[in-house]
Write a protein of this length. Structure first.
Length: 256
């Protein structure tokens, strides 16, 4: 029986959204078990300060997917796979997750998260004063003020909490308003500059901490969504209206 080679390419937005698109191609191909083969087109351009040659090289090494285009004819070229985006739980089976996770872990990674509960807050260009999707994906500090304690109380009281975002700590201080002292004492903010790529808690380091946390509270972002795919702990799903981020995977906690 013949087979077709499929690749995902053509997107130029942020790492998370591009990665989600490429993962959708892997998911549909690995589910077909040979009838459609995934051919990986590496990242070539990424927005949000990660468009330099060193940054692109770091991303391609980080994801762990080998460039296997040489000598292969591409039969199907997509920007993303619509079927996977429409029903991710059906395509991200245990078989598929095992394969893509083995790719991810095949290359060197930063140290794993040293906090058991990790929270991502999407900021940067997602702000309430902007219109459309940018405004819709903004989650107010009050949401985190209410929901982080809700999740934390489900787990041992020694679990530490790390909150990752971009900006200055003063912007996020209201999150801890009226929290009990013991919860405040075990919470840290790990904030990055939106104008820099490589830094202490840069995108790739934060991403790996999302993946390796025992408990991960997502944001409305492709970065958080794809990290949830690789995380093998408790993933608290937060749905987004963005394409490919509206529905949870089977192993995530939704409707919480």
């Amino acid at each position: 029986m013949g087979f077709k080679n499929l690749t995902i390419r053509g997107k130029t937005d942020g790492f998370g959204c591009q990665w989600n698109a490429k993962l959708s191609g892997m998911a549909v191909c690995y589910n077909r078990r040979g009838s459609v083969r995934y051919v990986h087109t590496p990242f070539t351009t990424v927005s949000h300060c990660w468009n330099g040659s060193k940054e692109i090289q770091a991303i391609n090494k980080f994801v762990g997917i080998p460039d296997n285009r040489h000598g292969r004819k591409i039969h199907v070229c997509q920007r993303f796979n619509k079927k996977v985006f429409a029903n991710p739980a059906a395509y991200y089976t245990d078989h598929v997750l095992n394969i893509i996770r083995s790719h991810y872990w095949s290359t060197e990674k930063p140290n794993p998260s040293d906090c058991e509960i990790v929270v991502h807050i999407r900021r940067g260009d997602v702000q309430p004063h902007r219109g459309g999707d940018r405004k819709a994906r903004h989650m107010h500090n009050s949401w985190y003020n209410h929901n982080i304690p809700r999740v934390a109380q489900k787990y041992p009281s020694h679990y530490r909490i790390a909150i990752y975002s971009e900006g200055e700590v003063e912007e996020f201080a209201p999150i801890m308003d009226n929290w009990p002292k013991d919860l405040i004492d075990r919470t840290v903010f790990r904030l990055a500059s939106p104008s820099l790529s490589f830094q202490e808690f840069d995108m790739l380091t934060a991403y790996h901490h999302f993946v390796t946390a025992k408990v991960f509270i997502m944001s409305k972002s492709g970065l958080a969504y794809t990290a949830g795919v690789f995380n093998e702990g408790d993933v608290y799903f937060v749905g987004s209206g963005a394409r490919g981020q509206t529905l949870p995977l089977r192993h995530w906690i939704s409707g919480w």
